[in-house]
Every structure is written in structure tokens, then in C-alpha cells.
Write a protein that binds this ligand. Structure first.
Ligand code: COA
Length: 171
């Protein structure tokens, strides 16, 4: 199922058929440098994919496949994760792309489309991103989609920055 389309990408539901392409992306240590769990094996990606497919049913949202229109390749994910920060339930915009596609503004394009989908179609009013302070690229994406550095926190004892945006912040 298609979620959104931008000039260069399509965002759609993942399917089981995405397993191999997603596994290749999430096995790359460079792509997984800023990740609490590190590079993923096929088995770990399979389990992630199962959780993602279940989340479409249970929560009506989840992580979506980012497909590059030019070559029709799966190049990563962008979408929603349920989080708990300082005892509060939050919905995170999460994004991760294959490194060959970095630095072209594609993550920003995907994250903007997901932000707009959240506020206009899902009725959400607040989104956060949890970002390690050294993850400059991700911080730039958060900035460019209008998120603000709201506070600092810790996850599993790791310092993280919490970026946030409210529906009313988007003009
Ligand atoms: C974070 C990520 C999604 C960004 O994807 P992307 O498509 O490169 O993002 P964009 O091209 O839209 O924007 C990247 C920004 O970082 C900047 N950037 C690129 N290389 C950089 C570098 N080496 N150092 C600092 N900034 C850099 C770009 O210039 C751009 O900012 P600008 O538009 O102001 O110039 C991608 O790097 C990624 O998947 N990283 C691994 C997963 C991850 O960390 N996800 C986020 C977890 S919080």
C-alpha cells in the first residue's frame, strides 16, 4: 500500500519480498553506526520486518519502505516508532537509508512526506526524533523538516538529543 509520493521517492508498506534488500542495508556497519543495536543479521531483519508488518495492523502505522523512483530500488526506511522517553509515550519519526544514497536530500524528502502524512492523515499532533549528538547528518535532517532540539535524555545510558515538532509548527 502506497503511503506517499515525492518527486524522487515512493513510500509504501513493506512486504515479505523486501527481506533481502532490507537485510543488505541493515547489515552495513556504516549505515548502523548510530543505532543502539548495531548491524543486523538476516534473522534480526526478519524479526524487525515481522514487527513492522504487525504494526500496520495493530497501530495503523509503522516504518515504511523508501523506494527510489529512478531505479525502483528499496533504499531504506522512514516512518514511525513507538518510544518511551522520560516516562512519556512518544511517536518517533525514524529514517535510515543505504549509504550510496546519502547526501542527496532524499532522507529529508522522505521525512517531510512522513511528517505531513502524520499530521494530515493520521491525526497526530506531535512527533519526536531521538538522535545521538554526533549524528550530524540526522540532526540536519531533523532541522530541515522543522524539528527543534527540545531536550536531552538518555537511552540505555547513552546520551541522546530529543528533537520535536508539533502540528502547529508546520506552515
Ligand atoms: C541520517 C540519514 C538518513 C541522512 O540521509 P541523507 O539522505 O544523507 O540526508 P540529506 O541528504 O537529506 O541531508 C543530510 C545533511 O547532512 C549533511 N551532510 C552530508 N555529509 C555530511 C558530513 N559528512 N558531515 C556533516 N554533515 C553532512 C548534508 O549536507 C545535508 O545537510 P544540508 O542539506 O544542510 O547540506 C543517513 O545518513 C542515514 O541513513 N544514516 C544512518 C542511519 C541514521 O543515523 N538514521 C538516523 C538515526 S537518528
Amino acid at each position: 500500500m502506497k503511503i506517499a509520493e515525492t518527486p524522487r521517492i515512493t513510500l509504501r508498506h513493506f512486504t515479505q519480498d523486501d527481506l533481502n534488500a532490507l537485510t543488505a542495508i541493515l547489515a552495513d556497519p556504516f549505515v548502523m553506526r548510530f543505532s543502539l543495536s548495531g548491524p543486523k543479521t538476516l534473522k534480526q531483519t526478519q524479526s524487525l520486518l515481522e514487527n513492522v508488518l504487525a504494526s500496520y495492523e495493530n497501530q495503523g502505522r509503522g516504518l515504511y519502505a523508501v523506494v527510489h523512483k529512478d531505479d525502483q530500488k528499496l533504499i531504506g526506511y522512514c516512518g514511525f516508532l513507538e518510544q518511551e522517553i522520560d516516562g512519556q509515550r512518544e511517536i518517533e519519526i525514524s529514517y535510515r537509508l543505504a549509504s550510496a544514497y546519502w547526501g542527496k536530500g532524499l532522507a529529508t524528502e522522505a521525512a517531510k512526506a512522513i511528517r505531513d502524512y502524520a499530521f494530515s492523515q493520521l491525526g497526530l499532533t506531535r512527533l519526536i526524533s531521538i538522535i545521538e549528538p554526533e549524528n550530524i547528518r540526522s540532526i540536519r535532517v531533523a532541522d530541515k523538516i522543522g524539528m527543534r532540539h527540545e531536550k536531552d535524555s538518555r537511552i540505555r545510558n547513552l546520551p541522546v538529543r530529543i528533537y520535536a515538532i508539533h502540528k502547529s509548527d508546520v506552515s
